[in-house]
Design a protein around this ligand. Structure first.
Ligand SMILES: [Zn+2]
Length: 345
């Protein structure tokens, strides 16, 4: 199992980037992978800080998370031979840096500028062109720097989305347990507990998670780290991704304009909790308190696509046994479920 060696959370922690690189023995060279906007927000500052420490830096600016971006960064790695690849930006930049460095056997460091999903701390990536609509294993970040003064400046919608991805752990763990009892699938108690603990942490602290609250943001960041570690321990996304994620992945395929991953997962969690006979209302109220969407209207997605996604969710990953395998969704039962949970009218 691969785990991060340095995780720092707090105000102005980006300033520590040079010291962290030196501590991990990356004192010669680094390749920074960032986006056009995130370079302005944090990327350039990171480059300057590294150069101040005498580290030679090259920069790759990527604008999407397609395989072509990964190939471009891999070429840059071959050319420059950096000791470490540092992803600075939102989920897409982190994923491109994570996959390209993993495929080239170079350590990777994660410096997210938003907290919209758990990929910022996990060993998994979601890349267009991998022919899989879900995340696949790459490598765990060697270090994670979560600078709250940067992340708090991102639109609050991203933070609320991150909370949706965390609430998903309630149903993900329940699905995993179900697969263990029905299919005798391996179930890791420790990884499951870590994942569940993060969901409880957000549930119990929902009241402090609001725009411009550093305290609330820290709760979310700690939960996201704990989920990343849970996946590193399990060696798969199993502890953090169940039927609610299958629904979100299906929605990505059927909806003309999908919403954020964590927003969709949050709504999936409400509906899957209903199927599991869990406290779906408590989950819904928590998401509402945080300010995350709980209806199709708030997602800005037509009810029809919610129903279609529920029907198709079980096709996404047939090997991943979840409640959707047990309660095969017809068009009518899907519609009934979405109505019962007031996701659609
Ligand atoms: Zn997720």
């Amino acid at each position: 199992m691969q785990l991060p060696r340095e995780v720092v959370v707090g105000d102005k922690t980006l300033d520590l980037i040079g010291d962290i690189c030196k501590k991990l023995d990356f004192s010669g060279s680094a390749l920074v992978v960032t986006g056009p906007c995130t370079r302005r927000i944090a990327g350039q500052e990171a480059i300057d800080l590294l150069e101040d420490k005498g580290i030679s830096v090259e920069c790759s600016v990527v604008s999407s998370s397609a395989m072509k971006d990964v190939e471009l960064v891999k070429e840059k790695i071959e050319e420059f031979e950096p000791e470490v690849v540092i992803g600075i930006g939102g989920g897409t930049k982190i994923d491109v840096a994570k996959l390209s460095s993993a495929q080239k056997g170079i350590p990777f460091m994660s410096i997210p500028t938003t907290a919209s999903h758990d990929g910022i701390a996990s060993p998994l990536v979601s890349i267009k062109g991998l022919n899989k609509p879900y995340s696949v294993m790459a490598q765990s970040p060697m270090a994670i720097i979560l600078d709250t003064s940067i992340i708090i400046e991102a639109p609050y919608r991203f933070t609320a989305s991150g909370c949706g991805d965390i609430m998903a752990k309630f149903t993900a763990v329940r699905d995993w347990k179900l697969a263990h009892s029905v299919k005798n699938e391996y179930y890791g108690e420790y990884a499951a507990s870590l994942s569940l603990m993060s969901a409880k942490l957000v549930l119990e602290n929902a009241g402090v998670i609001k725009p411009e609250s550093e305290e609330g943001l820290r709760v979310l960041l700690e939960a996201l780290i704990s989920c990343g570690v849970a996946m590193s321990i399990a060696g798969s996304s199993r502890p953090c991704s169940g039927s609610e994620h299958l629904f979100s992945h299906a929605l990505d395929l059927v909806a003309p304009k999908p919403a954020l991953h964590g927003e969709q997962c949050g709504i999936g969690t409400i509906m899957m909790a209903y199927l599991h006979k869990m406290d779906w209302k408590g989950i819904k109220e928590t998401l509402q308190a945080i300010g995350a969407p709980t209806t199709a209207e708030e997602l800005d997605i037509e009810p029809e696509f919610i129903i279609q996604a529920l029907v198709r969710a079980c096709e996404i990953r047939p090997e991943r046994y979840t409640i959707l395998e047990r309660k095969k969704m017809s068009y009518d039962s899907a519609k009934k479920l979405a109505k019962a949970t007031e996701v659609i009218d």
